[in-house]
Design a protein around this ligand. Structure first.
Ligand SMILES: NC(=O)c1ccc[n+]([C@@H]2O[C@H](COP(=O)([O-])OP(=O)(O)OC[C@H]3O[C@@H](n4cnc5c(N)ncnc54)[C@H](OP(=O)(O)O)[C@@H]3O)[C@@H](O)[C@H]2O)c1
Length: 252
């Protein structure tokens, strides 16, 4: 049961960072993976990196915030897989600003990608998940869902909504055998956080408030996402696993 052999998986935002590490983790555990992203060049580069290893994997250009792209993706999954075992709602973006500086357009974009898209994918793929083997959804949230981490308020609000979405769908779809869980990363070394990770004045307080005294690597999120998707986690649903090097339980 410590594997994902022949499971059919969709990872949104799989060309970089946590999504990329998750695609690799799932492939190593024996799964077949379709991943998405907006930039084709990153998709093809990652596919090349994976080629020759005998993996069943493909990437698709698809923007989670565009309705037609979501529908095309569902059509492809229906045609090629005919079912879905695991959905990882990972694609996310952020625009960091003071609350007073956000435009309505920026607010809408942050919520569309981080909150509405996971809801839509979960609903659009419900029928395929029903046909899946021990189906489950893993949503990638953030510690910003629970405490202020200077990420900007719309991002925190969107991720908090994603946690509640996780709980609601977990209860609503438990009778269908679909488990729904979330993983909440703290600072992880990915392109998303690159600008912050290279600034000493911004990193010092992050490290000082993290008992393990370092940021996470994307693989340390991928392993938790994979665990939640496995049969070994068969009694876990509606939960949020905080992966933060101890940050949230430390007062200093
Ligand atoms: N890194 C952290 O410290 C951290 C902490 C807490 C939570 N998280 C969460 O973890 C998830 C992954 O973050 P990350 O750090 O790995 O980010 P990242 O390095 O920026 O990678 C994001 C991935 O999502 C894709 N993506 C972004 N917008 C998309 C869209 N509209 N449609 C489809 N794909 C899209 C990106 O490719 P394209 O740009 O080509 O679309 C890329 O493959 C996000 O949900 C993020 O909020 C990250």
């Amino acid at each position: 049961m410590w594997n994902l052999k022949d499971r059919k998986v969709l990872v949104t935002g799989g060309s970089k960072g946590i999504g990329k590490a998750t695609v690799k983790e799932f492939l190593e555990l024996g799964a077949e993976v379709l991943f998405t992203a907006r930039k084709e060049v990153d998709i093809r580069t990652f596919e090349e990196e994976l080629s020759g290893k005998g993996y069943k994997v493909s990437g698709m250009v698809s923007d989670v915030s565009v309705a037609e792209d979501r529908e095309d993706l569902v059509r492809k999954l229906t045609h090629e897989y005919g079912k879905l075992d695991i959905l990882v709602n990972n694609a996310g973006i952020n625009i960091r600003k003071a609350a007073l500086d956000y435009t309505e357009e920026e607010f809408s974009k942050i919520l569309a990608i981080n909150l509405f898209a996971p809801f839509e994918f979960s609903r659009l793929l419900y029928s395929l998940l029903l046909k899946g083997t021990k189906p489950s959804i893993v949503n990638v949230a953030s510690v910003a869902a629970s405490v202020d981490v200077k990420s900007g308020s719309p991002y925190g609000m969107a991720k908090a909504g994603l946690l509640q979405q996780t709980r609601n769908l977990a209860v609503e779809w438990a009778q269908d055998g679909i488990r729904v869980n979330a993983v909440s990363p703290w600072y992880t070394a990915t392109p998303l956080t690159e600008a912050v990770l290279t600034q000493k004045d911004r990193m010092d307080p992050v490290i000082a408030t993290t008992p393990l005294r370092r940021v996470a690597q994307p693989e340390e999120m991928a392993s938790v996402i994979a665990f939640l998707a496995m049969d070994k986690a068969s009694y876990i649903t509606g939960q949020n696993i905080i992966v933060d090097g101890g940050m949230s339980v430390s007062a200093f």
